[in-house]
Design a protein around this ligand. Structure first.
Ligand code: C2E
Ligand code: MG
Ligand code: MG
Ligand code: MG
Length: 285
């Protein structure tokens, strides 16, 4: 096609391509720079025990404030980090930073039971990951149960030989594994047999339709039963409405997170949120 349009067009297209490639390269370099120089942050979203409203833990979510482009969402920079070989460094940073923060909160007297960190499938190619995690926990005087790693079903679509070895090693150290976005991947059930997981997180696409859609309710109930029979903790993510919380609680979900309780917030704000949350709970008995 381009050829039949003549020379001028060909060079026009390659100019466009060049520009895209250059923008991408610039973004890659900016991400590398952010990773090396403290330009990424973690925000934290509370996870609530639905039975009594107490804090179950917090999920750490990466944030990137680009100096010129502003805030870039993780759905954009995580895939970029995966493609350009930076994901291992990002995962290692997230584990270290989340553990540092948890230890800092506890030193300040703030009771945060545990922190959850999201990792990408390729993080588990790194055979040194279990050792790195053990070292980080020890460095901050934390217990293995203080840390949960969230993985997605794509972890097992990954055929890399180290993945299962690494997951098993992490599990046998006592670090908990959570299956994130459960129900969106495929062949989920066979993964449950093969993975040493502790927690099942119902994807938020099911939660958003709970009140309006009987099928979504039936599916969240089914996921709950699976989790229950495997003795897993079942977590519902993306709870925005009180009505959703009520349905999930009735179905037996132990833990919930979502904008209804709090958006992901910087560490300092979590402290304020938690103080207010606990004060409100004390007032209401
Ligand atoms: P995820 O782990 O499933 O995280 C939940 C996402 O849902 C987060 O988006 C969170 O901000 C959002 N969320 C929480 N509650 C609600 C709600 O009530 N309503 C709605 N509409 N959304 C809610 P976020 O922070 O943009 O992260 C998107 C995804 O990026 C995460 O999904 C996770 O897969 C990935 N991600 C984030 N941080 C990291 C990281 O440090 N490492 C890796 N490998 N992936 C990360
Ligand atoms: Mg997650
Ligand atoms: Mg999720
Ligand atoms: Mg997700």
């Amino acid at each position: 096609q381009a050829k039949s349009m003549g020379r001028g067009h060909v060079s026009y297209f390659s100019h466009e391509l060049n520009e895209q490639a250059q923008q991408r390269m610039a973004l890659e370099n900016a991400l590398r720079d952010a990773l090396d120089n403290g330009g990424l942050q973690l925000h934290y979203q509370p996870q609530i025990n639905l039975a009594d409203g107490s804090l179950y833990g917090v999920e750490a979510l990466a944030r990137w404030q680009h100096p010129e482009l502003g805030s870039i969402p993780p759905t954009r920079f995580i895939p970029l980090a995966e493609e350009c070989g930076l994901i291992g460094q990002l995962g290692h940073w997230a584990v270290q930073e989340a553990c540092r923060q948890l230890a800092a909160w506890r030193r300040q007297g703030l009771q945060v039971p545990a922190v959850s960190v999201n990792l990408s499938p390729s993080d588990f190619h790194n055979l040194e990951l279990p050792q790195q995690i053990a070292h980080t926990l020890q460095h901050h005087q934390l217990q293995p149960q203080d840390l949960t790693l969230e993985i997605t079903e794509s972890v097992l679509m990954d055929t890399h030989p180290s993945t299962l070895t690494t997951l098993d090693a992490i599990h046998s150290q006592g670090v908990n594994l959570a299956m994130d976005d459960f129900g969106t991947g495929y062949s989920s059930l066979s993964y449950l047999r093969r993975l040493p997981i502790h927690e099942l997180k119902l994807d938020r696409s099911f939660v958003s339709d709970l009140e309006s859609d009987a099928t979504a309710r039936a599916l969240s109930e089914a996921v709950m039963r699976i989790g229950e029979s495997l003795r897993l903790i079942v977590v519902a993510e993306g709870i925005e409405e009180e009505g959703q919380q009520q349905i999930l609680r009735q179905q037996g979900y132990q833990v919930g997170q979502g904008y209804l309780f709090s958006r992901p917030v910087p560490a300092a704000e979590l402290q304020q949120w938690l103080q207010q949350w606990r004060a409100a709970a004390a007032r209401h008995g």
